[in-house]
Design a protein around this ligand. Structure first.
Ligand code: PMP
Length: 408
């Protein structure tokens, strides 16, 4: 990495971090659930509402055309951010969950039949599991899962046992939100293509954390949520290869997605508009565009290295605490650490941390089947982002060392 980054100055871009919680300086380590927002994003959204707000696409007046430019400009930024071939391959959604439901309901309804296999992994978030269960129930397709091994990685040397020609779609997470595992997504897409399966990547934990290029990866669909990468809640995107989006029927019907309507029937716009019925989240898209600009200015490779350094520091410290067990792989992993403490249930430990101004997350992290398989009641998770510091990790380790004695 060539450029020197002033991480302290970057941290100062996040007004929310400068506060005390329960009389202690806030340490925000719940970034995998939702990240904080820099001033640049907050200001972009305020500016939009203060100066440009109107409905998009239909209006023949100045504000409407500014709002349309802002909304479509954000789409172009997201396309570039993901390395998509064109902005038409980007559908705005409410987030990861909605993106997966869109694919399961439209692509799935058209292309999945009884007896087909939907291949997932054992480490999927509920949002990359439940929509496929619903599709399987409706169509008679079968679900199959690539197992997670003891070290928290996928059993890839045996992938061929599950990735067979009956597989219609292989949907998997890029980074596990509870184990931190980084899956080799390009390899998985290559293997899927070899058996004629379509791929969907859940990039909820990766899109804001490391370089993601859909054409380099070779995926068919990829979904993410803006709120985990500095943007507002309620906005995210689905990337879909043009050919696939064109072949898919719309899902929500209404304004914005039609070309013409009669009482009996309607004709629809092309992708991505046929998937965006009704007034979209324009302010959210503006915020997402600003977040993309902000992250690009720092650089995702630098963000990844920063977060990895914090994670390795946390891993070393946690492993030295008696009765604390870290989950997931040791070396190559995303910026989060899930762990258990023999003496305390994850909920109790997380509540204890909160008393010290330390925001962790305790529970199953929307990974109930995985927790069951690992025979865990849940974990406590610390998840980092580029505005966090080594000093904060040290403070967390001191709080957890006190917790070991407190709960003993
Ligand atoms: N997948 C993964 C891996 C996640 O971590 C999350 C958020 N916890 C989701 C999907 C769901 O994201 P959202 O709630 O923003 O739709």
């Amino acid at each position: 990495m060539s450029k020197t980054i002033d991480w302290t100055a970057i941290r100062a871009d996040f007004p929310i971090l400068d506060q005390e919680v329960r009389g202690k300086p806030l340490i925000y380590f719940d970034n995998a659930a939702s990240s904080q927002k820099p001033r640049a994003v907050i200001d972009a959204v305020s500016r939009y509402y203060e100066r440009d707000n109107a409905n998009v696409h239909r209006g023949l007046h100045e504000l409407s055309s500014r709002a349309t430019d802002a909304y479509e400009g954000a789409r172009t930024k997201v396309a570039a951010y993901l390395g998509a071939a064109s902005a038409e391959e980007i559908v705005f959604t409410r987030g990861t969950t909605e993106g997966i439901n869109l694919v399961a309901q439209t692509w799935g309804a058209k292309f999945v039949r009884e007896g087909d296999v939907i291949l997932l992994t054992e480490m999927e978030h509920h949002s990359n599991l439940v929509p496929w269960q619903m599709l399987a129930e409706r169509t008679g397709a079968r679900l199959r899962f690539v197992p997670v091994t003891e070290d928290g990685t996928l059993a890839l040397e045996r992938l061929g046992e599950w990735l067979t020609p009956e597989v219609k779609i292989f949907a998997f997470t890029h980074i596990s939100n509870s184990l931190g595992t980084i899956n080799p997504v390009a390899d998985l897409c290559r293997a899927a293509r070899a058996v004629g399966a379509v791929t969907l990547i859940d990039a909820a934990q990766s899109a804001g954390h490391l370089p993601v290029d859909v054409r380099e990866i070779g995926c068919d669909f990829l979904v993410f949520s803006g709120h985990k990468m500095c943007a507002p809640t309620g906005i995210g995107a689905l990337y879909g290869r043009a050919e696939l989006l064109d072949a898919m029927p719309p899902w929500h019907g209404g304004g914005e997605m039609i070309v013409s309507v009669s009482y009996e029937r309607s004709t629809y716009k092309k992708a991505p508009y046929k998937f965006e019925a009704g007034t979209p989240n324009i302010g959210g898209a503006v915020g997402l565009g600003a977040a993309v600009d902000y992250l690009e200015a720092i650089g995702r490779a630098a963000i990844f290295e920063h977060d990895l350094a914090l994670t390795q520091h946390a891993l070393a410290g946690l492993s030295a605490l008696p009765g604390v067990h870290v989950q997931g792989p040791r070396d190559r992993r995303g910026g989060l650490v899930g762990f258990t403490m023999d003496a305390a249930h994850p909920h109790d430990l997380t509540t204890y941390a909160d008393q010290h101004g330390l925001a962790l997350r305790g529970g199953h992290h929307c990974n109930q089947p995985l927790m069951k398989k690992l025979r865990l009641p849940g974990t406590t998770r610390a998840s980092f982002y580029f505005y966090n510091t080594t000093a904060e990790v040290d403070r967390m380790l001191a709080i957890l060392a006190d917790a070991v004695r407190f709960f003993a």
